[in-house]
Design a protein around this ligand. Structure first.
Ligand code: FA5
Length: 347
């Protein structure tokens, strides 16, 4: 068979198939036409394909190209006919009547966000250690976010560029026009709790905090913290360490280590920064900061009317995204806020 003969057969088949598809008045007719032209075993296109073998060797590349083009056009004509029938609803008319007794299609099940799962687990874990959950507002005044936490007006942490101050002012302790801000730490809840009850105190507080930080693998401008506070007669640094170690081994697993580095927070003395261990791709041991902690500064106890001679306390504030990321080996906390269901579905 010559190349020209092969090509003219193809052309004839293409026209005939296109006519048959566009003439099909309903889904059944279209299916019959599909089987006739595109049927995998004995369709007519298949039959023409078999003729390829009879074309002279030197014309085979050109013949193959023509075949692929014609095949593509026939398939496109079929798809167009299918689309026409489904949008015109013709095949709907012939469809079986709707059976109300059939079970409905199964809806895809929703999913609790990994950060919410983490928060629930942390509440559960700390609950077993006797910590109850306290809450506080996300819009705060300077007293709770700074002053009562021993952060005086001159402290760089109060710089407007380091915080999200609101343009609307509030009324705080009867003082009108008091500046308000989105809280930059959950330590605010320590103050609110201690103001509202006498010691002993044993609370955790989980919630969103806001800082104008540039988003990167370990930072986000809105993130979540878990704050812990225990005030009692004989609370010590050793108690703080054992609570955090217990937290790490229960939540992160025995293979994650934590270490304490001396640090400074205006509201704790002494203060530490707490790091957790991880291994990079090369298997090297690395550390990432998970939070700050320390013994509640006597000035803070005094500010809320507690007697620092009578009671001591410890407090900690951990980044929820960071511990969640460590737990699941996620290397970039921004993933938690991209809301890509392919990522979220894995938890
Ligand atoms: C504090 O916020 C203190 N309030 C913690 C504290 C509480 C100290 C009680 C002593 C007693 P810091 O600014 O280091 O500390 O933040 C605590 C943790 O929040 C960090 O270790 C980190 O895990 C997390 N964190 C801080 N900034 C961000 C951010 N931009 N995005 C995500 N996580 C962050």
């Amino acid at each position: 068979m010559s190349l020209e003969q092969f090509q003219s057969e193809l052309e004839a088949l293409r026209t005939e198939a296109a006519d048959a598809f566009s003439a099909a008045a309903d889904a059944a007719a279209l299916e019959t036409a599909r089987v006739e032209f595109l049927g995998a075993k004995s369709g007519r296109l298949k039959a023409v394909q078999k003729q390829l073998g009879k074309v002279p060797k030197e014309d085979k590349p050109a013949a193959g190209k023509s075949f692929n083009e014609a095949k593509g056009q026939i398939e496109a004509a079929f798809a167009a006919a299918e689309e026409r029938l489904s949008s015109s609803g013709t095949d709907q008319d012939d469809a079986a009547p709707f059976d109300l007794t059939l079970p409905g299609p199964r809806l895809p099940l929703g999913h609790v966000h990994p950060l919410t799962q983490t928060i629930e687990e942390l509440k559960d874990l700390m609950g077993r250690l006797g910590f109850t959950v306290a809450t506080g507002p996300e819009i705060e005044d300077e007293w709770h976010n700074f002053e009562a936490l021993n952060i005086p007006a001159s402290h760089p942490a109060r710089d407007p560029l380091e915080n999200f101050y609101l343009s609307t002012a509030g009324v705080v302790a009867g003082k009108e026009g008091a500046p308000l801000l989105l809280r930059s730490q959950t330590s605010t809840v320590q103050i609110r709790v201690m103001e509202s009850m006498p010691p002993p105190v044993r609370i955790i507080s989980l919630g969103r905090v806001y800082r104008p930080d540039t988003a990167d693998a370990t930072h986000y401008p809105m993130f979540q913290q878990i704050e812990g506070l225990l005030v009692d007669r004989h609370a010590t640094m050793a108690d703080l360490k054992s609570v955090l170690r217990l937290f790490a081994s229960s939540f992160l697993g025995g293979d994650v280590h934590i270490r304490f580095r001396p640090s400074f927070f205006p509201f704790t003395e002494p203060s530490v920064e707490v790091d957790m261990s991880w291994h990079d791709d090369q298997g090297n041991l690395r550390w990432i900061e998970m939070g700050g902690a320390g013994m509640v500064d006597p000035n803070v106890l005094g500010a809320v009317g507690y007697d620092p001679e009578e009671v001591t306390g410890f407090a900690f504030g951990l980044g929820v995204e960071r511990v969640c990321a460590r737990r699941h080996n996620v290397t970039d906390i921004r993933e938690f806020y991209r809301n890509d269901v392919r990522f979220l579905h894995q938890f």
